[in-house]
Ligand binder design. Structure first.
Ligand code: NAP
Length: 658
């Protein structure tokens, strides 16, 4: 459509949730429109108003009042907020009545300026094309596979793909393959979809990236009950996506992939599976996509006597739904993301909770963490054109790329290792002030909970009443070393025995053994785990390993995010790259695509060089992102916008077609 002739409905992407005609909805209930606008953020509404009226004078007026991406406390003067809401309602109703054309979607410097004002910081031009992709609502979605020369049906039928895992990333890959008409099956070890969000249901389990960002770009949910949803709602979301795109019929549940072996001559993968009742089967595939995730094999600490404990012992990811903790004496080991959700949730019910902390995490407050999404906000997200996209960009900035600068080491900065740069030090100061305010200046807890390492060295956690919990009379935080586990509980290095009915391991996952225990062999029997060694997984763009043709890894090496971010965004980028690779094969004469050694090696060298100047390699810091040799194998060093571009711009010279 010629942009100048664009109407309101054209701005509404089919997000899979509601397809009612927007103009009808707006004109049917003007009172609802005005009431809803009262509950939606004025800064975000202002961006919509500028977009649909072209009146850029509002930007200059709003700019001084937007100092950060999240306008949590409505910092604009009341009169300006009212004017924005009134004018936006009038403009939308006018468009609904007259059907008149909208101005073209902003581009170039105009859009860059809007992005900057949206987040209260200077946003570079790099973000313009990414945001255009969100705002344009182009169908078909450019993030899917859009054939240049659609292959004959027989050719597609002869190219079956096996996806391993039906979690967030496997379902995403399935949706895109289905749209492209490429046949596939998904092998899932569990009896349901959702991966981590199915397996984890410990008390308090939820997400700490806001849902309006932590969701598929093509399947927005405008009905999240909270800004940060709990596990059941997240799991339902992935169930809904599976059904909305009819993926369930492709999934073989309760079946594990044991191995995948490539035959060079036929360019075919043989995938060996084992069902929960022990039957093995072999599937033939032209391509294999591993979507097994990294945080799915619980790590139990190597503490002497672990098996002697006489009470109930369980890992957060292997929770017992029937476990009743009321009145119990509980010891929890670990204070990472899982532990910080479990602790405050169970503390009110248990008789005594003793938390064994090896090292503290930085904790940050978020005004929306417990907040429900108002009905007006839900309505605005669903009905105001582009509102959900602008809001998503603000979240993207606040929880991802806007933080990237604070991860970079300033070599001239030296405060004894407490921070890595001026901006990083500012974050430290903010969080130190916060914890002191929560605990009181004289609290003996302050020393225990203040990390010695710089902010972002480990994942920063959103305060889930952690500090309030620590001040409960039935909670004790112990920071001494653990010596051993005995039948009655845990013995500390100073000889104290802490008795327990229940021992909770909030001790994380075996992340470094990627794709284990599967055996993957590529060209000429090359074994993936031998190539990687025990804990040094690498892949081109985190997705492809040389000599493993037509084999792709989702959530693979160096694709994780520890400063915030959104792994769904990363997955969608990876799926786009995979689709481009498959397109090369299926539109041409080749049978397989492989990444060149040089492209892989150069990429890994660049990743390592970037990490050498980032917070996760800070001296003395321990985290699960590094392997025994100290190499960061888990995390992406790039900004999300860089990774979006690198996976979008297919570099044919990096690949070998055979
Ligand atoms: P984690 O971040 O690896 O934390 C494990 C905790 O156990 C750490 O406090 C660690 O201490 C401690 N620990 C491990 N071994 C120990 C030992 N032998 N003795 C004493 N303490 C020991 O694991 P997690 O909390 O399950 O989180 C893993 C990842 O899952 C997170 O980084 C995040 O990406 C994701 N996650 C996200 C959410 C969310 O979105 N809200 C929730 C849960 C998990 P040290 O720090 O000293 O190693």
């Amino acid at each position: 459509m010629f942009p100048g002739s664009m109407g309101l409905d054209a701005l509404k992407r089919d997000d899979g949730k509601s397809s009612a005609n927007l103009l009808d909805v707006l004109s049917a209930d003007p009172a609802k429109l005005r009431a809803s606008l009262e509950e939606a953020d004025a800064a975000t509404l202002m961006l919509v108003l500028v977009q649909i009226t072209g009146d850029r004078s509002l930007l200059a007026r709003a700019r001084p009042h937007i100092s950060g991406p999240m306008n949590y406390h409505e910092k604009m003067p009341v009169e300006l907020r009212s004017e924005i809401r009134m004018r936006l309602a009038d403009a939308l109703l006018d468009h609904a009545r007259t059907g008149k054309a909208l101005p073209p979607i902003p581009d170039g410097e105009d859009l860059r300026e809007m992005l900057s004002i949206a987040v209260g910081e200077d946003v570079s031009a790099d973000y313009v094309s990414m945001m255009r992709e969100d705002l344009e609502a182009i169908q078909p979605d450019p993030r899917g596979l859009n054939w240049r020369h659609e292959p004959a049906p027989e050719k597609l039928a002869a190219f079956p793909v096996v996806i391993i895992g039906a979690g967030m990333s496997g379902v995403c890959a399935g949706i895109r393959l289905k749209e492209a008409g490429i046949p596939f099956s998904i092998i899932e070890k569990n009896s349901a979809v959702g991966g981590s969000w199915y397996e984890n249901f410990y008390p308090g389990c939820g997400v700490d990236t806001p849902n309006h960002f932590y969701s598929y770009s093509f399947f927005l949910n405008h009905d999240w009950s909270h800004f940060f949803a709990k596990r059941d709602e997240l799991w339902s979301y992935f169930e809904d996506a599976t059904d909305r795109y009819a993926i369930r019929e492709h999934i073989q549940f309760e079946t594990e992939v044991v191995s995948a072996d490539y035959d060079d001559a036929s360019a075919t993968w043989t995938v060996t599976t084992r069902t929960s009742d022990g039957r093995t089967e072999q599937l033939s595939a032209k391509s294999v996509i591993s979507a097994v995730g990294v945080l799915n094999r619980p790590k139990l600490p190597d503490i002497p006597g672990r098996d002697t404990f006489a009470g109930v012992a369980l890992h957060t990811a292997q929770w017992d739904a029937g476990l009743d903790l009321s009145g119990k004496t509980v010891v929890m080991i670990g204070t990472g993301a899982s532990g910080q959700q479990v602790g405050p949730t169970i503390a009110p019910d248990v008789a005594q909770l003793t938390i064994l902390q090896r090292s503290p995490h930085w904790v940050v407050p978020n005004p929306n963490y417990f907040a429900e999404v108002s009905d007006g906000m839900k309505w605005a997200l669903a009905h105001i054109p582009s509102f959900a996209r602008w809001y998503r960009f603000q979240l993207f900035w606040a929880f991802a790329d806007g933080l990237h600068a604070s991860l970079q080491v300033d070599p001239t900065w030296d405060d004894g290792g407490k921070s890595i740069s001026q901006i990083n030090a500012r974050h430290r100061l903010y969080m130190e002030r916060y914890l002191r305010a929560k605990l009181g200046e004289d609290s003996p807890l302050i020393e225990k909970v203040t990390p010695s390492y710089p902010p972002y060295g480990k994942r920063i956690l959103i305060d889930n009443n952690w500090f309030d919990m620590l001040q409960r009379p039935n909670v004790e935080l112990v920071t001494d070393q653990i010596a051993k586990i005995v039948p009655e509980g845990v013995v500390m290095a100073d000889g104290r025995t802490i008795e327990a009915d229940v021992l909770i391991y909030a001790t994380g996952f075996q992340a470094s053994k990627m794709l284990a225990p599967m055996k993957i062999t590529g060209k000429q029997g090359r074994d993936l785990h031998q190539f990687w060694g025990p804990d040094d997984a690498t892949a081109y763009l985190g997705t492809m390993v040389p000599e493993f043709p037509n084999f792709f890894i989702l959530m693979g090496p160096n694709t994780g995010l520890a400063h915030g971010g959104n792994v769904i965004f990363i997955t969608e980028c990876q799926v786009r790259l995979i689709l481009a690779c498959l397109q090369e094969v299926l539109e041409g004469d080749a049978k397989a695509i492989d990444v060149r050694h040089k492209a892989h090696d150069d990429y890994v060298a660049e990743v390592d060089a970037l990490h050498a100047n980032m917070v996760w390699t800070h001296k003395g810091l321990t985290n699960w992102y590094r392997n025994d040799a100290g190499r960061v194998f888990a995390l992406l060093p790039y900004r999300l916008v860089d990774y979006w571009k690198m996976t979008k711009d297919f570099r044919r010279e990096d690949f070998l077609l055979s």
